[in-house]
Structures are given as C-alpha cells and as structure tokens.
Design a protein around this ligand. Structure first.
Ligand code: PLP
Length: 495
C-alpha cells in the first residue's frame, strides 16, 4: 500500500516519499509525516534470521513506497558497508543488566551516521526519480556532530556538493579537526566569525533567497538540507530498533512477543520518535523512556503537559542533547492531536510566539507509552564510573544520561522487562569527560594521550575516526564573516 506524506501544519499537502526527502521541510513550515504507520509484514522470527541490511530493507520498503526494490537495496548496500567497523552494523552489548545498542560504529562514531550514511543515496535516487537534473547542494550549519557526519555521508557522492558552516571558535578541538580534515572535492568546510545561531540564521537566509534560488537553477544547482527533520533521516532510524529486537530473539534473550523497554538519550526527539514508529509498526515495546540532561524541557513536558522553552540554556557534557526546541516532537504532537493539522499549527505558533504551549488532558492520554526523566551532570558521571567499575564497560556521556535515567525508572517502577539503551556515541568522541568521570587524575593529560589511556582501560581499539585525525592534513582553512556566507557559496560553485 502506498504511503504518502502530509504536512503537520496543513491538510492540503500530500507528496510521495522521494519528494518529501528532496524538500526536507514542507513549505508551510510543517514536517512531513506518513499518512499511516505501516505494520511490519514479516514476522519477528523471520527478521531474526536477517542481516542488518536485510532488516533495513524490510522496514524501509514499507515507508519509501515510490522506490523500487532495486533502488532501495542499492542505497542500503552503499550505506551499510565497510565504513562500519563491524558487520553487525549496530551490535548489542549486555552490561549491568541492560542491553546497549551501539549505534556508533560508522565513520564518525556517533549515531548520526546510521541515517547520514544512507541519506545521500536516498537523495540522489529521489532526484533521478523526479527528473531533477540539477546538482544537489547540501547546506548545513553545525555545532559539531551533524556537520562531520553529513560531510562523511556526502563526500564523493556523485551529483552532490556539501557546504558546512561551523562557528570558528564554538566547537571542540576534536570536532574541528574531524571537519577540516575532510577529503572529497565536493566538500567545503567554513569557519564563520560568529556563533552557532549566526551560522544557522545565515544558512536559513540563503535557503529562503528566491532570487538566488533562480540563479542557481539556471546554473544547474539546487539546495537541499540534511537536517534531522528530513524523513530520509527518520526512516533509517526505525530499522535499528527492529534489528535490536530481532537480535534479542535470535540470541534467545527474549521469547516471541515478549515486551521490552527502550531508553533513548534525547535532544531533537528524532531518535526516540523512530522507536515510537517502530512500536506502532508492531514491535513489542512496552515503555519508550525519554532521557534528558539538565536541559529537561521534555521531562517537564511529560510530567506536566506543558512545553516551555523559556528557561536558561545549560551547557552540559552531553552537548548533542543541549536543546530547548526539540523539532521532531512536532510529529508526536500532531499524532496525539488526532492528526489535526490546524490544532498542531496553533500549538507551534504559540511555541514560536511565546515559547510555551500546553496540551489537553485528552492529548496527554496519548503519551502513555512514554516515560520521561533526566540526569544531572553528577549523576551522569557517576553512571559512567559505576558501569566501568562493575563491568569494565565504558560508555559516553550521552549514553550515560540514558543509563542513569534507566536506573531511576527501575527504582520508580520495579519493571523487570528487558531493556535496550540506545548508545549514541563512542566514548572516544568525548574522551575527556569520560576519563574524568572514571578518575580525576586523567585531567592533566593531552587529548590524544587520553585516547590511548581510554583504549588501554576499556580494551577497545582506538576507532579509525580518531586514528585518522591524529595525523591527517588540514584540507579546509576557509573562514568568513557572517555577512559573507552567500559569497562563499557563490565562490565554491563558481557562480
Ligand atoms: C544527536 C545526538 C543525540 C540526540 O538525538 P536526537 O535524535 O536529536 O534526539 C544524542 N546523542 C548523540 C551522541 C547525538 O549525536
């Protein structure tokens, strides 16, 4: 059955999957949502006998219904290949009474790779399908992680170029090194003289410049976005929850139809929304446990039914979760509003104008599958140390937030169901925080010294992503002022 995509803000819009991927965002500012959530059409037993790539196909074919079997399988094969350092792609690791679903085995060692390694291929296939002759130019503003994962995904992909703007003095040294050493003639990395908001605003301005769009079109280019609201990122994320369940079944850790819990360290609400979709496809998930750091907007929302971004922004050791507006939550709001686009649009307008909205009791009832909690910095560090001391397993700060929240859930509910915790980054990406959590003595060491210490301590080989940047030459040294971003794009495209 064909799945079409509607906007969360108007009932007029209806596009095919490939069009939704190319557009990214609906013109009314809404997010694309499937007109229904398809049910899995293979039994979980059958899926238990499949590879990651095969499971990915079985899930994605149900959503991306205007792609042929051959197109989808080609995209999957190109995405989930030797770029990943394990054939399992997303292995499960049992430790301390939970299963950690390691989503960081791709080229930039964060879970963003799971979707960004396939998005470029989906985009190219979508462009072909819609007879788009233009070269696709991806514009991205990044505060660190997304930029590198998008660069790695789009580098060398024919028919695309990618330009990443980052705040010159606003990312960590490792993150900057990862970006400026990026290979590929179709890539450009630019440090801007401003902060992340300046970069983001600058990119949005270029996107909405109609005259520039026309000029680009005449020269054979068009812009697109690799932002996490693109359904081309959401759909690939559903696959690993199905795969995780299938693996538990295959290993005899659970019985047929046994319910599990899923814990997700949450920022923009994309990853946990994918788990919610998996649940609605028929995956036996009991609770979706939403873990926040000290920026606990979502925790307050689940407890009180009010979303309020009017609060202080806290910088934490889990920076990819330092977010006050979780964009993908809109898709859940739309659903619990009974797929009433007008109702959702009004709530989003309130958020935009006053920074706050409340939901009705009736809508709150739709949140019963979720449990929200948060971890303070000290609790996060204590969880890293506890797990290392008890099991010798080292997790990163984001995963530790999820793990600490799971402890709270256990204490509160005594629910003994088997639980999968989404492990979203390698500890090697946040080495300093992780090593400090284990022992204060490490603080005096240099960044790469710490990397080697972590490797010794955890018994895990230093990932390629880190080895590479130790010695890699800097290939990008471009900087520009905020008001020169458009000129920089022009220059790169030889306009
Ligand atoms: C992006 C990110 C998150 C948050 O995921 P969302 O889909 O935005 O909720 C958590 N952990 C890490 C390491 C990330 O990079």
């Amino acid at each position: 059955m064909e799945v079409l995509y509607h906007s969360t803000r108007s009932s007029e819009v209806s596009v095919k999957a490939s069009e939704a991927i190319l557009k990214g965002l609906s013109e009314d500012g809404g997010l694309f949502v499937p007109d229904h959530i398809p049910a899995l059409d293979k039994s979980l037993r059958e899926l238990a006998g499949m590879t990651y790539q095969q499971v990915a196909y079985e899930v994605m074919k149900l959503y991306l219904t205007d792609f042929t079997e051959d197109e989808l399988k080609t995209c999957i094969a190109r995405a989930y290949d030797a770029k990943f350092d394990t054939a399992e792609i997303a292995p499960l690791r049992e430790a301390g009474g939970a299963y950690y679903l390691e989503l960081f085995h791709g080229s930039t060692i964060a879970f963003k790779d799971m979707a960004l390694s396939i998005l470029p291929h989906l985009m190219i296939a979508s462009a072909k399908k819609n007879h788009i002759k233009n070269e696709i130019v991806i514009l991205t503003a990044t505060s660190g992680d997304t930029g590198k994962a998008a660069l790695a995904g789009f580098a060398g992909v024919e028919g695309t170029k990618i330009i990443v703007f980052y705040p010159k003095n606003g990312v960590s040294p490792i993150q900057e090194k990862q970006m400026v050493t990026q290979k590929g003639d179709n890539t450009l990395v630019v440090g801007i003289h401003g902060n992340f908001d300046d970069a983001q605003t600058g990119v949005k301005k270029i996107f909405s410049d109609k005259e520039f769009e026309k000029e680009l079109d005449e020269r054979g280019f068009q812009f697109s976005s690799a932002n996490s609201i693109n359904i081309g990122r959401l759909v690939p994320q559903i696959c690993y929850y199905v795969y995780a369940y299938a693996q538990l079944l295959a290993k005899g850790e659970i019985q047929d139809k046994e319910q599990i819990n899923v814990v997700v360290p949450t920022g923009n609400f994309g990853n946990i929304l994918a788990a919610f979709y998996a649940r609605n496809m028929g995956l036996p998930i009991h609770k979706l446990i939403c873990a926040s750091n000290e920026n606990k907007v979502l925790y307050d929302f689940f407890r009180q039914g009010t979303y309020d971004r009017n609060r202080e922004f806290v910088l934490t050791s889990s920076p990819s979760m330092d977010i006050l507006i979780s964009s993908n939550l809109e898709r859940l709001i739309y659903r619990i509003a009974g797929e009433d686009a007008e109702k959702n649009r009004r709530l989003m307008a309130e958020l935009n104008e006053r920074g706050v909205y409340g939901i009705s009791e009736e809508m709150r009832a739709g949140l019963s599958d979720f449990y929200g909690n948060y971890a303070k910095e000290a609790e996060t560090f204590a969880e890293i140390k506890r797990l290392y001391d008890e099991c010798g397993y080292v997790i990163d700060t984001h995963t530790a937030v999820a793990s600490a929240v799971y402890r709270k859930y256990l204490a509160e509910t005594k629910d003994s169901k088997k639980t999968v915790i989404a492990s979203t980054a390698s500890p090697f990406k946040f080495t300093r925080s992780v090593m400090n959590a284990i022992d204060g003595k490490y603080d005096a060491m240099g960044d790469f010294e710490l990397v080697d210490e972590l490797s010794k301590l955890s018994g895990v080989k230093v990932p390629n992503a880190i080895e590479e940047i130790r010695t890699a030459p800097v290939l990008h040294d471009k900087q520009c002022d905020v008001d020169k971003m458009k000129d920089t794009v022009r220059e790169f495209l030889n306009l």
